[in-house]
Design a protein around this ligand. Structure first.
Ligand code: ATP
Ligand code: MG
Length: 471
């Protein structure tokens, strides 16, 4: 087998040479082999398996490279990592594993190549390419991984009930790979996931979310979200979403299934903006308030103030899932809170000041909010869809024109606190805040233009009202 790019070829030769020197067989394994066979390799991390000590091989490889790369050693795991021309290479010794029921951390012993392949999660991840002199480049495929790659199937090498129960993170990994590669999880394997879903509770939240985020960041996240739902895992990880499932009908009037709608919105946003994890989270959670605000009224189904209720749920969800508390949480909360606002601003009767408020409140996040609004249009009625999209584009144009004129998005008050203190010869006090707010509101409401001169006159006016005199 021809092992990829020039730099990778060079690395494989050095590893092969070093491994012979210390008399340890070595193999390329894991994701590198899988993606290489799929024709997807760019500059992917390389995993090297050696029958013996991983750290020892890493040290020998470093010795044989010029300049000698630094080795990062993880003694606790018996692994080592080094970088060669920006290519990460990880070394691990072959293992045989046995598991304890209460933990996904196995008891590890030195094992053969076969033992090591047995402990891998999927047949397509259990492929190895030999770096040994007598069969260099040969693919070692004990479980039919190559054929599964061609058939686009995810299958565990050994009994799937045991594989998933031993390390339940593999259930998340199965769904993650199914989403990223657009592969099918073999039927028996999927049934095992359904059976073992509660075992996910022994996996740390951080590891679950790491896989979940990879699902969200893939090209078509709905594949994974649907599998998470069907496996029963989603109601354990994010029950707020599964609560959106279902359609209710009363007096011949029904609402849409908000779960499927959400999946569609996440897919839509993923097509528009690649790599924006938090915008995808916002899309995922944008309707969670609907489960708690659903009401049947005279005019049909309503979900009054669901954006407000939904945005209030965000901090708890972020805390429970150990997602970052700062900026990302605030961003997602804000996106949800404002998710309906642009729709409310459609139409000629809407004043410029309402649009200035939106520009002021959202700042640079307004572009994302508008993208979310367009992604939120999921009606199958083509006429309606076109009309909704057109309305948003008209609004966007109006926003852009107003922003060009008034520059509200990165707004900074033309009058500073210092200006106010100097003008009235006062020390810091609450009047300064009152005057600043008055100026801000006057600009947003369009009473004065956004410049120093107009703001200065309004400062004097408000100051006088508050009993202050220009000195
Ligand atoms: P990628 O890095 O593209 O996400 P990968 O297959 O390289 O995919 P890693 O998490 O880097 O995934 O793991 C490397 C290899 O280690 C896998 O291909 C698999 O053989 C094995 N592996 C990783 N995690 C597990 C696990 N929980 N159970 C069994 N084998 C695993
Ligand atoms: Mg990897």
């Amino acid at each position: 087998m021809n092992l990829s790019s020039a730099i990778q070829k060079k690395i494989f030769h050095i590893v092969s040479f070093s491994a012979q020197k210390i008399k340890q067989d070595s193999y390329v394994v894991g994701g590198y082999v899988r993606d290489f066979l799929l024709g997807k390799i760019k500059s992917k991390d390389v995993d090297i398996l050696t029958i013996g000590e991983g750290i020892k091989l890493a040290q020998e490889v470093s010795k044989n490279m010029k300049p000698h790369p630094k080795i990062k050693i993880f003694r606790r795991f018996g692994t080592a990592m080094l970088k060669c021309e920006n290519q990460k290479i990880e070394f691990v010794g072959s293992r045989k594993e046995s598991y304890h029921f209460y933990s996904r951390k196995p008891f590890i012993r030195l094992g053969s190549l076969q033992d090591d392949q047995n402990r891998r999660d999927f047949t397509i991840n259990a492929l190895a390419i030999s770096l040994n002199r007598d069969n260099y480049g040969e693919l070692i495929d004990p479980f039919g991984g190559l054929s599964d790659l061609k058939k686009k199937i995810l299958r565990t090498p050994l009994n799937s009930d045991i594989t998933y129960s031993d390390d339940p993170l593999r259930m998340m990994r199965a769904i993650r790979f199914a989403t990223q590669l657009q592969f099918t999880i073999e039927e028996y394997s999927f049934k095992s996931i359904q059976k073992n879903k509660n075992r996910i509770n022994i996996v740390s939240t951080e590891r679950i979310i790491e896989e979940f985020n990879k699902i969200l960041l893939s090209e078509k996240p709905s594949i994974g979200l649907l599998l998470l739902y069907k496996s029963g895992l989603l109601s354990i990880i994010l029950p707020e979403l599964t609560l959106l499932k279902g359609i209710e009908k009363k007096n011949g009037c029904k609402h849409k299934d908000n779960f499927y709608h959400t999946l569609q919105v996440v897919d839509n946003i993923s097509q528009v903006k690649t790599n924006s994890l938090w915008l995808r989270w916002a899309a995922l959670l944008h309707d969670i308030g609907k489960a708690y605000t659903k009401n049947f009224t005279k005019i049909g189904w309503s979900f009054h103030a669901h954006e407000f209720v939904g945005s209030k749920m965000v901090p708890n969800i972020f805390q429970r899932l150990k997602l970052p508390k700062g900026g990302p949480m605030k961003y997602v909360k804000k996106m949800i809170q404002y998710s309906y606002k642009p729709i409310a601003l459609i139409g000629n009767q809407i004043s410029d000041s309402a649009i200035r408020r939106l520009l002021f409140d959202l700042g640079k996040d307004l572009e994302d909010l508008m993208k979310l609004c367009i992604a939120d249009i999921t009606t199958n009625n083509i006429e309606k869809r076109k009309q909704y999209q057109k309305n948003i584009y008209i609004l966007m144009e109006r926003i852009q024109k107003l922003e060009e004129k008034d520059r509200i998005q990165n707004w900074k008050s033309p009058i500073s606190g210092n200006d106010i203190m100097k003008t009235f010869q006062i020390d810091p006090c609450k009047e300064i805040g009152i005057i600043k707010n008055f100026i801000k509101d006057s600009i947003l409401e369009g009473k004065i233009s956004n410049d120093f001169h107009s703001a200065y006159l309004f400062m004097l006016k408000k100051g006088e009202e508050l009993g202050l005199k220009k000195k």
